[in-house]
Design a protein around this ligand. Structure first.
Ligand SMILES: [Zn+2]
Length: 305
């Protein structure tokens, strides 16, 4: 079996109100998966025909608002990174978190179990140039787990060949930066992701415009981001082979509440799609925190492979 893990940065489960773009934007696909509901906290904790939606606690048992470096380390390793530091850490992982990512990153853990993982995101040429000079302090958790897992980074050449997806899904940001790549539809990006995933046990894709849109508090940018995500997911689920699973989750809330430009303490969604999802759902639900994600994915894959 194969699992597609879509990490959306800064997406919590908010309420059904006019400040939640997941409620105010038309999301035909989320709604069709969730029995006519939008992806809000009221829709969580339930099994639907094709999907289950859980609410995972992202607060890591510490006061203060959850942040990216600690949240993503927790998500990609299973370790409570905030407890380790004694605080939530924003931005990029520090030395202590890099140590956790180096020893316990999900790709390395897959490798130890003779399973193949891949990071589907494409990197720009400057990244490859910089990497020759060693790891940088501004590398994200996903970059670090890919590196420490000994995996190959996908490039813009891979993207051109349809063998990668850019973090913005459609190449819109890349084009704005001046790169000569065609804009693709969210549907096409979703189809690509499934095609890539067919050759691996676990395929990670990271989308972080969601967090940027939340920080910007720009309702039209927020709506556009949610619309793109909805269409992208639709294509992924439509092409998902029988027996495979999709998990969408996040590191902390943000976009679901445009009343604040910071993160939120809201639970994050764990949306699980696929016929054989019961055990993965149970494993995630039992612990109910973002630290459950990596152990649950590994358990699902090691038992099934
Ligand atoms: Zn953020």
């Amino acid at each position: 079996m194969s699992i597609i893990f879509i990490f959306v940065d800064g997406v919590g489960l908010g309420e059904r109100n006019e400040k939640n773009p997941f409620f105010t934007t038309a999301t035909p696909f989320f709604s069709s998966l969730l029995g006519g509901n939008k992806m809000t906290v009221e829709a969580a904790g339930k099994d639907y025909k094709e999907a289950s939606l859980l609410a995972l606690d992202a607060r890591l048992a510490l006061d203060g608002l959850p942040q990216s470096a600690t949240g993503q380390t927790a998500l990609f390793t299973g370790f409570n990174a905030a407890k380790l530091l004694g605080c939530h850490l924003n931005g990029f992982p520090n030395r202590a978190l890099r140590g956790v990512l180096a020893d316990h990153g999900i790709f390395l853990q897959l490798r130890r179990n003779s399973l193949q993982g891949t990071f589907a995101n494409a990197y720009r040429p400057d990244f490859f140039d910089e990497l020759k000079g060693g790891l940088k302090g501004y590398y994200s958790c996903s970059t670090l787990i890919t590196y420490y897992g000994g995996l190959t980074f996908r490039s813009l050449d891979d993207l051109r060949r349809g063998e990668a997806v850019y973090m913005d899904i459609t190449n819109v940001v890349l084009r704005r930066l001046g790169f000569d790549l065609p804009r693709i539809t969210p549907q096409e990006a979703g189809e690509r992701l499934v095609k890539i995933a067919g050759r691996f046990h676990l395929t990670l894709f990271e989308h972080f415009l969601t967090d940027i849109a939340g920080h910007n508090r720009d309702s039209s940018f927020a709506a556009e981001t949610v619309t793109t995500l909805d269409a992208f997911l639709e294509a992924v689920v439509r092409d998902l082979p029988a027996g495979d699973l999709l998990l969408l989750t996040s590191d902390h809330g943000n976009l679901e509440d445009l009343t604040t430009k910071g993160h939120t303490a809201n639970p994050v969604p764990a949306l699980v799609v696929g016929k054989g999802r019961d055990r993965l759902v149970e494993l995630l639900d039992k612990q109910g925190s973002i630290t459950a994600v990596t152990p649950a994915l590994l358990k699902q894959l090691t038992v099934d492979s």
